[in-house]
Design a protein around this ligand. Structure first.
Ligand code: ADP
Ligand code: MG
Ligand code: MG
Length: 911
């Protein structure tokens, strides 16, 4: 491995035109600035900006992302990158009056990755780079602190060994723990210089054994290796995975920050810490953070020692504390957003190491945005964009009441599934079931190292789940999100011993029956029994923010709801109608499915009509409930859509049942019945039911079904209307691909309407339209619009039929497609604008050519996805429809889309 090469002859000339790869900062000024996140990464841009603002930042330089892209393309960096790096290093050395890793006062640096978006999964920071067997001695002499020097060196070997030479952390931990044991100490700060020197020798052996080479003694070689390791880490699996789920472009690349070290581990007047300018969980305006004295780097967050709340710093070092407050307040004013900062104190002097806009919960986001408007930091229009629409989900789940008791955070894991849970600890699924009891009246928290499918029952009865291993896509995380249950996953500081029935954290032991509180929104694990606050969307801050946002919203928001309870819920979240009521869901109920089966099993129209007659009053009652709940708001009702066999027992199960009866009771009437049933199930069997006898094809082959449903709708409307409650129905024919299908079904609906109105002597207004979910329908939309009074894009099926992907099986292909970059995102989660979206655009355009006032909406899953909502706004839909719990999100997303347009017209007041 080469050291950094020296400038070659002739290079001086090309210098003017060459790319600027390296940006220095220090001595009160920086080559770059805060807006250069694309080039310098978030961290590098922040360091440059803080330097320019005259803040105490250790000097250094940033190698920009272009070098990383170069590295990706060719597996290395160009000579020019090396040259500029060497030049910047020389500048840094001159500024500091030190030389990297040599001399009486050796310069040491940190090497830090930093992409445009903060990204876990990339290379960890290397501190104290430049130390070797010789410079460690100089550092000891110079600082007059041999322990500090040895501690710094052992940290370097450990970090460099792990992140650059890819030696497992464990290999070093074993050595360190053995040494602590041998010296009978608990804290690493208790190991003296001699012990640490022994550790260093052992560490070097670890390196030799695992990496088959010596720890590099040449500081320049260390630097080149560390830089390249940062670039390599951009491509590691964890980083790729993170980018995929967060839709970050693989081609951005990361920058590398090389920065002079400051030492938090010099003794009791030194330390290191992290903090926020406001509380990131609640948004309260309070200084928030933690620090440790005599510590370096990640000690604060690693859990090796328990950090101290930042307010304590005020007592220990009031001047430093005040300076830190003053600086961070300034930073917040400068960036006009809550800051998340990192600092180090060296011998009583404060240094800033990082600042960025802090991540926060949805509640905190809303609160901070409102406060900043009140403080005059941002405008109301800017505030609207400070909240991620998806984060509003936080308002819809219960949360912990942190005022009721003292809050002791035991650990912080991943916020795997939002909400709050308070309960008694259990360690196995069986105990969860046992202890939770009937009606789950004893709340339990299931604590596992990780969960497996066998734990499902226990997970179902538990109030919340806590795991010590696993990420956001671990079994526990995925399953609980599906259940809408609170989960904190991967809380690595917690040791779970299922066999012993105990959990250890922060030196405390917890056993079955102890109380625990989980905050699935922030990932915190809290000791004891806190109260919970029920969810509600009538939070004053939320209402205020929505009040600013909503005037910008151009498109309506409706909800997908099949039953009155969901409809009422959706209305409280602000739904302006029902965009999709799936009538088949009404038939799955236990008391109805027998009638449905009789209807399907009938092999002639007469018998079918008899069965349908039984279903009519039930269906009518459902509609009455919905119309009353919505009181005049539009209710879009889709006629029967799924393949009929979904209502029948499975063919295989029937065959087994028949075989058993044949062997045991060959003469029973039940057997005869089952044989008939099997015969009909086999008749109805389809190889590809999603493309089969479903949608309007049902109503066309069995017109009496459409008749019955239409009758139920109109009778319900008339009945509700008689009570003086307004109704507004939109009857939706599913899966239309030709105008003749639409004409056929539309005629039945209109005929039945007239019949009912005549019978009841009352007339109500309604629309007949269609769900557009086949590519052909988009292309002949001008034809279809002659018969259809509205379109609702069913983008789930439209995505299925456009890609030819089955939604239920796409997961067999999707992960590979995403990993290979064949697809950028899951087209069922966010609308595929280029393909499916283009069909939607064509459908709207052609439909409105025939019927300029054609009402257009969307009712697929996409209706609740912020980026898809933006798309719906852009293509001129009248409304989106989504599940009740997405209504708030859709409202804000639609308002943001509207505000972007308006503000752009007014001269770009927003981002
Ligand atoms: P992350 O991206 O994980 O936040 P950082 O690059 O910010 O990683 O580094 C983590 C920690 O390393 C910092 O919070 C700081 O404590 C320490 N660190 C980084 N650079 C220096 C430096 N030049 N001097 C002292 N400590 C440093
Ligand atoms: Mg990191
Ligand atoms: Mg950091």
């Amino acid at each position: 491995m080469a050291t950094i090469t020296l400038p070659e002859a002739g290079i001086q000339e090309s210098k003017k035109t060459a790319t600027k790869y390296v940006y220095s900062f220090g001595g009160g000024k920086a080559d770059g600035h805060g807006k250069m996140k694309d080039d310098l990464g978030g961290k590098g841009a922040g360091l440059a900006e803080m330097t320019n603002a005259g803040l105490p930042v250790p000097p250094g330089f940033t190698i920009q992302t272009e070098a990383c892209r170069e590295f990706m393309r060719s597996g290395g960096v160009s000579k020019e990158v090396d040259r500029q790096t060497e030049e910047a290093l020389a500048t840094l050395e001159a500024l500091q009056g030190q030389k990297l890793g040599t001399g009486e006062n050796p310069l040491l640096v940190s090497v830090r990755s930093g992409a445009k978006f903060s990204m876990p999964g990339m290379m960890d920071t290397i501190l104290n780079l430049g130390l070797n067997d010789k410079s460690v001695e100089s550092l000891a002499k110079r600082s007059n602190n041999p322990r500090f020097a040895a501690d710094s060196y052992r940290r370097l070997i450990q970090m460099f060994g792990n992140v650059v030479l890819e030696i497992p952390k464990r290999a070093f931990d074993e050595v360190f723990d053995a040494k602590k044991k041998q010296k009978k100490t608990h804290l690493d700060t208790d190991l003296d210089a001699k012990a640490l020197k022994e550790v260093i020798e052992e560490y070097k052996k670890v390196v030799k054994k695992h990496a088959k080479r010596d720890f590099p003694q040449d500081p320049h070689e260390q630097l080149v290796m560390a830089r390249d390791a940062v670039f390599r880490s951009w491509q590691n699996d964890r980083a790729k995975h993170y980018r995929r789920i967060n839709n970050i472009d693989d081609m951005l690349g990361t920058a590398v920050n090389v920065q002079a070290m400051v030492y938090g581990n010099l003794g009791e007047t030194s330390g290191t810490g992290v903090g926020f300018t406001r509380n990131p969980a609640t948004g309260a305006k309070e200084f928030y953070g933690e620090f440790l004295m005599n510590a370096q780097g990640e000690d604060v967050v690693s859990g090796v020692r328990t950090p101290v709340p930042i307010l304590e710093l005020q007592k220990i070092m009031p001047d430093v504390y005040n300076q830190l407050r003053e600086i961070t307040t300034r930073l917040e004013k400068h960036y006009k957003d809550m800051q998340d900062f990192e600092f180090t104190i060296q011998d009583g002097k404060l240094y800033m190491l990082q600042t960025r806009n802090g991540k926060r919960t949805g509640r905190a986001a809303v609160r901070v945005a409102i406060q900043m408007v009140d403080e005059g930091l941002i405008s109301k229009e800017e505030a609207i964009f400070r909240v991620e629409p998806n984060q509003l989900y936080d308002f819809l789940v219960p949360r912990l009441d942190e005022k009721s008791t003292k809050v002791e955070v035991l650990a912080t894991g991943l916020p795997a599934s939002p909400g709050a849970a308070v309960g008694q600890i259990v360690f196995t699924a069986e105990d969860a079931v046992k202890k939770a009891g009937h009606d789950r009246k004893n709340p339990v928290i299931l604590v596992r190292a990780e969960t497996t499918p066998e734990d499902i029952q226990g997970m179902e009865v538990a109030a919340g789940i806590l795991t010590s291993r696993g990420g956001m896509t671990s079994h526990a995380a995925v399953v609980t999100r599906g259940m809408g249950k609170c989960c904190v996953a991967g809380a690595g500081d917690i040791q779970v011993d299922e066999r012993a029935g105990e959990m250890r954290v922060k030196g405390q032991v917890f056993r079955e029956g102890d109380w625990l509180s989980l905050d699935g929104t922030s990932g915190r694990v809290i000791k004891g029994k806190l109260n919970t606050l029920e969810a509600s969307s009538d939070d004053a801050d939320l209402q205020k923010l929505m009040g600013w946002a909503e005037p910008f919203r151009k498109i309506g928001v409706r909800a997908n709801a099949d039953i009155p309870r969901d409809a009422i819920q959706a209305k409280t979240f602000g739904a302006e109608g029902i965009g999709l009521c799936r009538t088949e869901h009404m038939f799955f109920a236990e008391d109805r499915i027998p009638h449905m089966r009789t209807m399907i099993l009938a092999n002639n129209e007469k018998d079918r009509r008899i069965a349908l007659k039984k279903l009519l009053p039930m269906q009518r009652a459902d509609f009455i409930g919905l119309f009353k709940a919505m009181a005049g708001l539009p209710v879009t009702i889709r006629l029967l859509d799924p393949p009929l066999h979904e209502f029948l027992p499975k063919r295989e199960e029937l065959m087994v049942e028949i075989a058993v009866l044949e062997a045991t009771k060959p003469r029973s009437s039940k057997l005869k019945e089952l044989r008939t049933l099997l015969g009909r199930v086999e008749e109805l069997h389809e190889f590809n039911p999603m493309l089969g006898h479903r949608g309007c094809r049902l109503g066309i082959t069995y017109p009496e079904i459409t008749e019955m449903q239409a009758r139920a709708i109109f009778e319900a409307m008339v009945a509700v209307d008689k009570e003086g409650i307004k109704t507004h129905a939109e009857v939706m024919i599913p899966l239309i691909s030709t105008v003749k299908e639409m004409a056929n079904q539309g005629a039945i609906v209109r005929r039945v309407a007239e019949e009912v109105f005549k019978e009841k002597g009352r007339h109500v207004h309604y629309l007949v339209g269609t769900m557009i979910e086949l590519p052909r329908a988009c292309l002949v939309a001008d034809e279809i619009a002659k018969e259809a009074e509205f379109f609702s894009f069913g983008t789930n099926d439209l995505t299925q039929t456009t890609f030819g992907f089955s939604r239920d099986d796409v997961n067999k292909v999707l992960p590979t497609y995403l990993a290979e970059g064949i697809l950028k995102q899951d087209p069922f989660a966010a609308i595929d604008r280029d393909g499916v979206g283009e069909l939607v655009r064509i459908g709207i355009e052609r439909g409105r050519k025939t019927r300029p006032k054609l009402e257009v909406g969307i009712c697929g899953e996409h209706g609740g996805d912020p980026s898809s909502v933006e798309f719906c706004h852009q293509v001129g839909m009248d409304y989106v429809s989504c599940s009740p719990f997405r209504v708030l999100t859709a409202r804000l997303a639609a308002a943001q889309a509207g505000a972007s347009d308006t503000l752009k017209l007014e001269g770009g007041r927003t981002k």
